[in-house]
Write a protein that binds this ligand. Structure first.
Ligand SMILES: *[C@@H]1O[C@H](CO)[C@@H](O)[C@H](O)[C@H]1NC(C)=O
Ligand SMILES: CC(=O)N[C@H]1CO[C@H](CO)[C@@H](O)[C@@H]1O
Ligand SMILES: [Mg+2]
Length: 257
């Protein structure tokens, strides 16, 4: 990612250049997640540093739902990244906002380490299900419990923290939340509401935090649908890096220059 970024940055930083901000995906762009915390992708800590030094506003848009934002940011800092809690946009806090606004009480099918994000949310007598990347917690028992909650509701509401198909960890490709979301959709004949990438609202909240219009911001990600497609839908330009889950499509630099 570093080589691409540095050559582009020369253009971006000219006074007449339009770009004022950068949204970065984390997993597959900055580091590969996995056992023991994962490993940084070579050149990435330096690239983040240089983006910030170039006075570009930087925000991180992640689909990470296996840990609280606090824990996740600490991990990235320990890997050497210049990253602060307030710069990170993740699906769980976005979901909490929606739950509050709509008076929804969730049954949670999420990773144990994500549970603290929902501490402030009433979970009694659930009237919806929230599904995240539960990894090893996607047991038959847990999926079936979520199914039973949904099927018992007059109007089942399923919020999904992302809809990725798979992702790459240091020891190989892993099934992501989208696969299990589809199972519940199929069983209940419903459509989930996706919170997080590629949902428009998710990108818009990061843009609004930067105070920038979409045409001033570039998204950099390794996922052609969730990162690149999602950002383009909001009017941003997007770049796909060749790390992470990238599998040999040509490097793409869409929506004109
Ligand atoms: C989730 O997985 C962990 C580790 O396998 C386990 O200790 C825990 O009990 C599981 N939690 C649920 C709710 O299934
Ligand atoms: C689409 C995307 O960014 N996928 C990520 C989802 O979250 C896992 C970790 O929970 C990442 O490893 C994937 O890269
Ligand atoms: Mg990614």
């Amino acid at each position: 990612m570093q080589r691409v970024l540095i050559s582009m940055m020369a253009e971006w930083c000219k006074p007449a250049g339009r770009v004022r901000g950068v949204l970065l995906d984390i997993s597959g762009v900055l580091y590969d997640s996995g056992e023991g915390g994962g490993v940084p992708i070579p050149g990435s800590t330096e690239a983040v540093k240089r983006l910030k030094e170039a006075n570009l506003k930087v925000r991180f848009c992640t689909n990470e739902t296996q840990a609280t934002r606090e824990r996740f940011v600490k991990k990235l800092q320990s890997l050497g990244f210049d990253i602060a809690l307030g710069e990170v946009f993740a699906p769980a806090p976005a979901a909490c906002q929606i739950l509050k606004e709509r008076g929804l009480r969730p049954h949670l099918l999420v990773h144990d380490d994500l549970l603290p994000e929902f501490n402030q949310i009433d979970q009694s007598n659930p009237n919806c299900v929230v599904i995240g990347d539960a990894a090893d917690n996607f047991s038959y028992k847990n999926l079936n419990e979520a199914f039973q909650v949904l099927i018992g509701l007059e109007k089942p509401v399923l919020l999904s923290l992302g809809r990725g198909r798979y992702y790459k960890e240091t020891d190989g490709m892993k099934l992501d939340v989208g696969v299990y979301m589809k199972a519940l959709e199929f069983a209940c004949d419903i459509e989930a509401e996706v919170v997080g990438k590629p949902a428009k609202m998710f990108f818009l909240s990061a843009l609004s935090d930067m105070g920038l219009e979409p045409d001033r911001v570039i998204m950099i990600g390794d996922d052609i649908v969730n990162d690149v497609g999602g950002a383009q839908q909001c009017g941003m330009k997007a770049v796909q890096v060749r790390t992470g889950k990238y599998r040999g499509q040509l490097y793409s630099w869409r929506n004109g220059s």
